[in-house]
Write a protein that binds this ligand. Structure first.
Ligand code: NAP
Length: 476
């Protein structure tokens, strides 16, 4: 596939390409241009030239185009889901869910088309005051590989409906679904230049985008370390940033929780997308009094998960997305074994057999009696390994849960309303779930505290991330 600049499919000025590999089979799926700083300049110029015209259309006109695009995405959802599974690795059902999520987010923001406008503010003595809201101009969207379609929707929907234009940089492992979705937006009537896609390495394409003087805002999703680099570069131009970064979400299972539901929640919370979700359950704290029964049920359920190529039938978990991630998970588990920092009761190995021989597969893994100093509790474990720690009570659970630099999500599993209130007040997280984990909705603000980032996506508040608020004061 080619990049998309000014409504056209183009190659890079470098003339170079890089390869997209299926993480389940090792097969070559496609190649995409290896973009350069010059390609970014051209794309930013295209977005800049398209800005005045797009910004002067009514929000309702923009909504009609986005709504049409959502309709095409729904019609083509199976084909898009297959493409997403081939480049990302997740099971087909999860891909379908993500593609539907893309359409849902687009449609949600179409519904908000009439909602963002200034206010009239009476001011004593000075007469009248008004506020107006204007789009910012060219925005940059930088996307990770774990949920490329959904995260694209979280960024482009509020940006486009408010009248901004965009240059998007997909993750180098998963650009194909993003490119296809962008071509659907063009097919739906999005004018040339309103959305442009430049593929290529983060250090080149991502950094040039962030540094470009014409780019007014950067919305970045990825690792905390990369987010800090983006923030540093953006500070040079005093640009607006939204940073959606990593997490190490705790799940707290109290002694009064419905253990069956909590087991299903932990299973989905940890192993969905092969554990590569920012808000996955990355540390599980269970009350000592129910730990034995809970762990037994959890272990049995984990052993039942079927691992394989996401395009095959009845697969619960696909491979990790890339070799770096795969090596990291293997090394982490080996480290736990070597240092005796936990007991592996399920999984812990690369599965054997020809079906797994060319992919980045790892067994769904349960580690219990995890020592507090283990890397499993200190790092963001972006893969299918669930560490379980026993705690005496809620106070200890919350103290342990908050013992991280991250603050993305957290869940508490209980029927007791006092515990719910305590958890909501004291857990340091941008989103707190009760008796569930992982659920997101276009209507609900999403974003973390601490090193999990700055700013929110989803919900009406995300619109203001893409609008400039001006005040007018009138003396009559
Ligand atoms: P990553 O390595 O930080 O990459 C994210 C994006 O940034 C990619 O497009 C990457 O390009 C680009 N990039 C790399 N270096 C850059 C630089 N110096 N300047 C500008 N852009 C640069 O993250 P990832 O491994 O793709 O994604 C996994 C991480 O994302 C996890 O930490 C996860 O928790 C987090 N995440 C957070 C959320 C949230 O909403 N909070 C959601 C999903 C994922 P290349 O692909 O070319 O390197």
């Amino acid at each position: 596939m080619k990049m998309q600049i000014n409504g056209k499919a183009v190659e890079s000025y470098s003339g170079e390409f890089f390869y997209i590999i299926n993480p389940a089979t090792g097969e070559l799926i496609d190649q995409v241009p290896k973009g350069t700083e010059y390609d970014v300049e051209i794309a930013v110029e295209a977005a800049s030239s398209a800005f005045n015209c797009w910004a002067s259309t009514s929000p309702q006109q923009r909504a009609r185009i986005l709504y049409t695009a959502a309709g095409i995405v729904r019609q083509r959802k199976d084909e898009l889901a297959i493409l997403l599974t081939r480049e990302q690795g997740k099971p087909f059902a999860e891909s379908k869910n993500e593609i539907e999520g893309f359409a849902n987010v687009l449609e949600y923001y179409c519904g908000l088309a009439s909602s963002f406008h200034g206010d009239f503010i009476p001011v004593p003595q000075n007469g009248y005051s008004f506020t107006i809201k204007k789009p910012l101009g060219v925005c940059a969207a930088i996307i990770p590989w774990n949920m490329p379609a959904l995260i694209m929707a979280w960024k482009i929907s509020p940006a486009l409906i408010t009248g901004n234009t965009l240059v998007l940089k997909p993750a180098s492992n998963t650009p194909l679904t993003n490119l296809t979705l962008a071509s659907i937006l063009s097919e739906a009537g999005l004018p040339p230049g309103v959305i442009n896609i430049v593929t290529g390495p983060g250090e080149v394409v991502g950094e040039s985008l962030v540094k470009s003087p014409q780019v007014k805002k950067i919305s970045f999703t990825g690792e905390a370390r990369t987010g800090k680099r983006v923030a540093e570069l953006a500070a040079g131009g005093m640009k607006r940033v939204t940073l959606e970064l990593g997490g190490s979400d705790p799940m707290i299972v109290c002694d009064d929780a419905n253990l069956e539901t909590a087991v299903s929640g932990a299973l989905r919370g940890r192993f969905y997308n092969c554990g590569q979700t920012c808000t996955a359950v990355k540390r599980l704290f269970v009350f000592e009094s129910v730990a034995e029964g809970f762990i037994k049920k959890l272990e049995a359920s984990i052993r039942n998960l079927k691992v394989g190529n996401g395009l095959h039938e009845n697969i619960d978990m696909g491979p990790l997305n890339n070799c770096r991630q795969w090596e990291y998970i293997k090394e982490l588990v080996a480290d736990v074994e070597e240092k005796d920092e936990g007991r592996i009761v399920a999984g812990g190995r690369v599965p054997e057999g020809s079906a797994y021989s060319r992919g980045y597969f790892f067994e769904p893994t349960l580690v219990v009696d995890v020592q507090r100093e283990s890397r499993l509790l200190k790092e963001e474990v972006f893969g299918p390994v669930l560490p379980v720690v026993q705690v005496k009570n809620l106070e200890e659970a919350i103290e342990e849960a908050n013992n991280t630099c991250y603050g993305l999500g957290a869940s508490i599993w209980t029927k007791n309303i006092d515990r719910v209130r305590t958890g909501c007040e004291q857990l340091n997280a941008g989103i707190i779930w009760i008796n569930q984990h992982l659920k997101v909705a276009p209507e609900v603000p999403f974003g973390g505290a601490g090193e999990s980032g700055i700013g929110k996506e989803n919900g009406p508040d995300a619109l203001s991330e893409y609008l400039d608020l001006k005040a007018l004061m009138l003396k009559i």
